[in-house]
Design a protein around this ligand. Sequence first.
Ligand code: BES
Ligand code: MN
Ligand code: ZN
Length: 523
Amino acid sequence: MSRILLGRLSAARRPATIPTFQRRFFHNAEKYDALVIGAYTNAEEISLSATQSISSGTQKVVLEQLAASAFKKQGDVRTLYNVGGVKQVAVVSLGKKGETTGEAERLESARMASALGIQALRKQGVKNVGVDVSVSAHGAAEGAVLAQFAFDKLKNEKSRADAIQVTPFSESAEESKLDWESGQIYGASQNLARMLMTSPGNLMTPKLFSEEVAYLLAGLENVEVIVHDEEWAQRQKMNSFLAVAKGSDEAPRFLEIHYRGATEDQAPHGFVGKGVTFDSGGISLKPSNNMALMKGDMGGAATVAGALYGISKLQLPVNIVATIPLCENMPSSKATKPGDVVRAMNGKSIEVMDTDAEGRLILADALYYLSSKFSPESIIDLATLTGAMDVALGNVYAGVFTNSDGLWSRLNEAGILTSDPFWRMPLHEGYLKEMKESDVADLNNLGKGRSGGAASAAAFLSEFVAGLDPEEGYKVQHPAWAHIDIAGVMDSASTHGYHIKGMSGRPTRSLIEYARGITTKQQ
Ligand code: BES
Ligand code: MN
Ligand code: ZN
């Protein structure tokens, strides 16, 4: 309620409550120096979304200005100055009214609008921004948090972005509070994964990664982080993992994280994340162009860590166990050589034909350890595993290889809601065949050339999921396992709304949403 307006009326004429149509301002205008608000743009008519919180007089002023500036397409942004008691108002088009009906569409339109608005205001000295939550408070908060991501701690102070405070702009802020907070957590979790992935390899070694994650999760309830060292991995006979770590002077680490949000009798859901903090290719050295991108080869590890942060912040009623093998893949006189044979923790021998196919080697032991030790209800591994995945799907969908229709549909639903989507890829014994054609060992770590490289890598991994027998042709749906190849979605080429150029931190939000889906189904 606007006190300024009351002050201007003489006491005699002051009504008991002021009808909405008489208010001339944005609700609580004095709280903000800037606002982000959504507007629908139908053929000739523009209308605001948060009508409840904006006086009709102010709406009129805003709409007149928009009409004068060819404001039409979804995503169009116009910044207006000094209207309705607020210095800067970024208005973002939500597209046509009535077109965004489904839950996923509503979330995405709020997410995008909020991100585009924040980005428009960001460089204009704003400090306190209110964001329209009338479409979706969760989505608006996600967009606001994701749009503000910056990795500038290594730059000089002048070129660092100023922090801005973002709060929900709404008449009924209380109602949307929980929704807003969950959106902030989703966004912050993905930003955490982005930060881990963007960090240069020399500042995010296996040791530093595990310290950082232990620090980030410290103090959150029901979380236990165990950092295992190289000797522990040796005792576990994780020779496949250690074969990759061997070439580097940086010591490997093996993270084991437990989140206990449900009762003890409920089987945990497993997450496994590839944590190659730098992938040079090893002796099978990669070409130098774009090699720097391989600091992000711990994207699986980062998204698992980010998701666990979100899941425990939200205290979701589910049990999770995560394993994250961390190492560098480097060439040296101590490095594994093409043709070397190693015996993985599950006893299978692997001929290392290409030291650059290292992700599957470290995942082999992490998958087996998790699946044999914790009898998980489901197992999901995430890895920036193959260039072939990028060739197949680019950076729109992450590819999911799974033996379980149920697990696929839960992941698919989650990915649709977060707009961080999945596409189902094939698991087939035909792809496994080529991985078994070693002359000297049970398995070979290299498929036949480049053809179907993402699918043969997935088939290789299936050999290390305890309880799953690929010989049966993946028809048996237990244990439910999904391998998500995130090589294609590892980074984003440009900035648009909440997508930011650089390491993406995807699909962290989908993993959290998936965990939330499990909990709602169990109850
Ligand atoms: N980390 C790479 C895959 C990758 C490539 C991720 C591009 C993100 C962007 C992985 O370890 C790798 O080198 N894979 C090889 C496998 C091949 C040798 C069978 C590849 O895809 O070329
Ligand atoms: Mn590699
Ligand atoms: Zn790799």
